[in-house]
Design a protein around this ligand. Sequence first.
Ligand SMILES: Cc1cc2nc3c(=O)[nH]c(=O)nc-3n(C[C@H](O)[C@H](O)[C@H](O)COP(=O)(O)O)c2cc1C
Length: 434
Amino acid sequence: MSTYGTLFRVTTYGESHCPSVGAIIDGCPPGLQLSPTDIQVQLSRRRPGQSNLTTPRDEKDLVHIQSGIEHGYTLGTPIALLVRNEDQRPKDYSETDLYPRPSHADYTYLEKYGIKASSGGGRSSARETIGRVAAGAIAERYLKLAHGIEIVAFVSSVGKINIPSSVGGRAVSHDEDNDEVEDALTPEFRELLKTVTRETVDKHPTRCPHAETADRMTKRIIRAKEAHDSIGGTITCVIRNVPPGLGEPVFDKFEATLAHAMLSIPATKAFEIGSGFRGTEVPGSQHNDKFIRRPDGRLGTRTNWSGGVQGGITNGEDIYFRIGFKSPATISQAQATAQYDGTAGSLAARGRHDPCVVPRAVPIVEGMASLVIMDQLLIQNARVHAVSHLPPTVGLPPSMAMPKVLKAGSSAPVPGQAAADEARLGEEVQSSGS
Ligand SMILES: Cc1cc2nc3c(=O)[nH]c(=O)nc-3n(C[C@H](O)[C@H](O)[C@H](O)COP(=O)(O)O)c2cc1C
């Protein structure tokens, strides 16, 4: 379906060649200070035609706010956002009247709906992701102001070119009998996750924050483009300052909702969180994230193989994950394939296409991450609020509650908190004599 989220609900609309694309966002908290620039910045990072590494389709992707925001503040009512499709060339797609593009969505859409948009990818086009990015920018604004949450994604590989482990990539071991793990998350990788910013990511058109690797990635993408071919890649994303307690086990465990959101982005084929597949090679004695007391009194972990999520619930450590994007399907190289009626033939697609999607997918990943955190945060806030109005629990065995010496996470429900606050307020009012 085209709606994502439970309490922060985003519905996107639009196809590649219709008059406009956009989103309606329901459930945004009122009173959030928001300017069109907050949204436009991310849309401009996503828009086509940014460099010679992306499709030349020339769209400015200017956002038009239709409702829900006045005098720079959200009203708490549905926010409608519209972006016009301007640079359309539907005729470029006439050959796909006969041929479903191999590994694109033409065949499956037609099989499923029995009808499809007359040109381009229709609903499966990456134009749809404009609505996600715009909505994500609004969520992100709330997350930043309310919790200081930071979300940064970057390109970590293109084809076989990876950020090297010595400067922040992931270590790879080929010695199958050696359990002594050189930390799969190298200190450099952890440092990169701690320090990487959108400014450093945007210094290079590939959006890889390691300059030497970025140059090699550029050459790889240009090579694909010149061969009328395409190439895939991966994006790594880190989310910092996430409160503990987000995620709704069992079916909506935090990483499950994150994977759902990420794998709904067009062209994605893989998702891993924390140590991911690498974690399968590491003995538990080394993979376990041992607890320590943090300066703020909460429990933290010494390492972070878990990627900030345990039991499907955030634990307050950084969340980091990686997504694999396939090589885009539409290539102008001739491919031996079949027409809709099964007749064998050759398709050399026309139209304007991305030789590699990852540089433009960076803000889409950030947008979807924002939507996931925002929705989970509102859900947990509702629980905390509900529980805080109950009288305190009494007579529980120690095994059932967090010891008083340790502060519970800021978002964990504390029964009786509202009653205690009200009693304290009453005392303060009485002692102030008013
Ligand atoms: C930012 C971005 C740009 C994309 N550009 C293209 C493109 O130019 N050509 C293409 O064939 N696919 C492109 N895609 C991917 C298609 O939208 C997607 O592969 C297609 O809808 C099939 O869906 P699936 O790959 O998710 O199975 C792009 C995806 C993203 C995220």
